[in-house]
Structures are given as structure tokens and as C-alpha cells.
Design a protein around this ligand. Sequence first.
Ligand code: 5CA
Length: 173
Amino acid sequence: MELSTSAKRVQDFLSAKGFSFQVQELPGSTRTAQEAARSVGCAVSQIAKSLVFKEKKTDRPVLVIASGANRVDLKKIQKTTGLKLGRADGNFVKERVGFAIGGVPPVGHKEPLETLLDIDLQKHETIWAAAGTPFALFQLNPADLAPLTRGKWMDLSEEKQAQSNPRNTAGGI
Ligand code: 5CA
């Protein structure tokens, strides 16, 4: 089946760089990590969510690729990298990165982005990342993320809450 324009843009980027990953458009939504996991049939922690933040000093977009089960700890990132990051809104993401929230891929952006990678993704054999639209994903190995994005691996997630309390479910960013 033919890919939509944004998904094809991601596929073309991957192919041009010599990667063999195959972008798939799914019948079910992949807009959030939870929906993506359900649509593709994997654990939420196997979804590599691409979160765009704004560096406060320079207004540059910075990409954080986090496990779908984690929340990003901006203080930890500041301690490790010196980067002060803040929230980016949907217009900023679309304008600077070239994709709408819900489909932001780890690569193929308008400009190369400084990228941080969540070490928790390394726990899995395979993971899934967004591919340009809220219905498109591609499967990869965590070890592919660094060569693909030139990102740096680090511990960047908030500490997990006790799993015994059913009200503590991972959500948000
Ligand atoms: N396609 C899925 C799975 S890869 C996906 O893109 N999930 S995501 O988690 O990476 O993207 C959704 C993220 O966008 C949310 O976690 C949140 O950080 C961000 N987001 C959602 N709505 C807004 C908004 N209104 N403004 C800024 N960021 C938002």
C-alpha cells in the first residue's frame, strides 16, 4: 500500500541513509505510546516516543527519545548535559521539526536535532518508533538508535513509582 506523504518522507530518509527499516501504516491509531503499543501488539515500554523540547537559552528544538512507559526528568537531563529544556507547543514542533505531534519520528527532521536517548530502551530486543503520522511506525533494534540519530544514551527518566499501587500508571511525557 502507498504511504501517506509524511510517512513516505520518513521512509525515503531511512532508505537514503542506507537503513532497511520498513515504515508501516497501521489500521489503528499510533498517536500516543499507549495507542501505538495496542495497534502493533507490543509493550508500551517498547515504544520509542520522540519528544521535542525547547532549549531555554537558544530556543533550539532538542529531541528526547524515551521509552513509552517513562516520564522524562528534565532536571536529570540538565545535570547530565547542562541543557535547560522546557515544553514546546504543537506549532513550534510542526514549524521547526516538520512533523505534527503524535507522529514525530526520530529522524528525517527539517534540521538535524541534538538528540538524547533513554537507556531504558536498551532493555528490549526490538522497539517501535513513530514514522511521520499518527498511524505509522517502524521497527528497529535499540542499538540502531545511536547511528540513526547520532544521539547520546543516558538515564533521563523519572524514578518509577511503586508498581503495587494500581493508580500509579505511566502517562504524560
Ligand atoms: N506516535 C506516538 C508513539 S511513537 C507518539 O508520537 N507518541 S509521543 O508520546 O511521542 O508523542 C506524543 C507526545 O507529544 C506526548 O507525550 C507529549 O509530550 C507531546 N504532546 C502532546 N500534546 C501536546 C501539546 N499540546 N503540546 C506539546 N506537546 C504535546
